[in-house]
Ligand binder design. Structure first.
Ligand SMILES: NC(=O)c1ccc[n+]([C@@H]2O[C@H](COP(=O)([O-])OP(=O)(O)OC[C@H]3O[C@@H](n4cnc5c(N)ncnc54)[C@H](OP(=O)(O)O)[C@@H]3O)[C@@H](O)[C@H]2O)c1
Length: 312
């Protein structure tokens, strides 16, 4: 996966949910800081060479995209040296006309004439139907408005069907993997993408620093052995498999720590132990891929990890 200027994407990407406040359009924003805090951290990250992100007009009620554009201009980094995925999340988009408006908004706010990729979730396709969504994505591809298409939070079967529809224009799947929540790993999502040549992008890899807060014995042991932080152990493990985690941070210290997490090697035995770890006494509901009502969406499963482990 590479930018328009043929640069491979970096091992770690920029998480943009949380920039300009946490929240989608349907909820109040929380953790809102001064605009300059976000701009400074984004400029710092971009100038360090981190070159891909996933962004949505729904993030921070539009603040994330607005501030990202301010930071991109201030950074001196060229648009063609970045891979930007424009994401469409169903919770921000009550009807299909708003999908079209949202797309137009991306080109306007980012002052660009293309998205490197346009992302839909399995639940968005279920909500509006393949007959509406697929021709629309094909049209974006044919007109050059998007170079590729991406999928998020999809089951292996859905990933295969999407690949049949879009072939090698289907560039990436964005899924969750963290030390504790392995639902997508166990369902074979990452393996399926590897087999099809679809890049695995990982969202919320640090569970917003909550993993580190629990200080699991295995992470504490490996952090001690390699002289790294627990977050670095997690990011190193994820990138070792060729997956690309996106991390959000407003702290230069954390940004440096996250970038440096890819610069060391652990033993194969330690990667195996990390891969095989599962939290004891954790029995989450099934994954609900398309809002069928059975189980929880992967986003809710991740958010509710502490609740499920506390119950069991
Ligand atoms: N496709 C989807 O459904 C989906 C869902 C959720 C998220 N996403 C994407 O995935 C991205 C990443 O997820 P996320 O932002 O929710 O979670 P995350 O990246 O796991 O965690 C971000 C939080 O962790 C802190 N942090 C980052 N690096 C740290 C470090 N080295 N040490 C201590 N704390 C650290 C940050 O605080 P500081 O600012 O203090 O560093 C921030 O509060 C999002 O921004 C979004 O782009 C996609």
């Amino acid at each position: 996966m590479h930018t328009e200027s043929e640069r491979n994407i970096t091992k770690i990407g920029i998480g943009s949910y949380g920039i300009g406040g946490r929240g989608h359009k349907d909820v109040e924003l929380t953790e809102l800081q001064e605009d300059q805090v976000y701009v400074d951290s984004l400029v710092y990250t971009l100038q360090k060479g981190v070159n891909f992100t996933e962004i949505s007009l729904g993030y921070g009620h539009g603040n994330a995209m607005r501030l990202f554009k301010v930071a991109l201009d201030a950074s001196g980094v060229a648009r063609k040296d970045l891979f930007i995925t424009n994401s469409l999340y169903p919770r921000d988009l009550p009807n299909f006309d708003e999908v079209k408006e949202d797309i137009t908004g991306f080109y306007r706010v980012m002052e660009t004439d293309y998205a490197d990729s346009t992302l839909v979730t399995q639940s968005l396709v279920s909500k509006f139907g393949e007959a509406e969504v697929y021709p629309f994505l094909h049209q974006l591809l044919e007109t050059g408005k998007t170079k590729y298409v991406s999928l998020s939070n999809a089951s292996p079967d859905f990933i295969r069907a999407f690949h049949t529809e879009f072939g090698d224009k289907f560039i990436a799947h964005e899924g969750h993997l963290s030390f504790e929540v392995r639902a997508l790993q166990d369902k074979g999502v990452f393996e399926t993408c590897d087999e099809l040549g679809v890049t695995n992008i990982i969202w919320r890899p640090l569970r917003r620093n909550m993993t580190s807060g629990l200080s699991w014995p295995l992470l504490a042991e490996l952090a001690d052995r390699y002289g790294k932080s627990q977050n670095q152990i997690v990011l190193n493990w994820i990138t070792h498999f060729g997956y690309h985690p996106m991390v959000m941070s407003t702290s230069k210290e954390h940004i440096d720590e996250n970038i440096a997490s890819t610069e060391f090697q652990m033993s194969n035995e330690d990667y195996r132990r990390l891969n095989e770890f599962r939290p004891p006494n954790y029995n989450p509901p099934e994954v609900d891929w398309d809002k069928s009502g059975k189980g929880d969406s992967i986003v809710v499963l991740v958010t509710d990890f502490e609740k499920h482990i506390a119950k069991s």
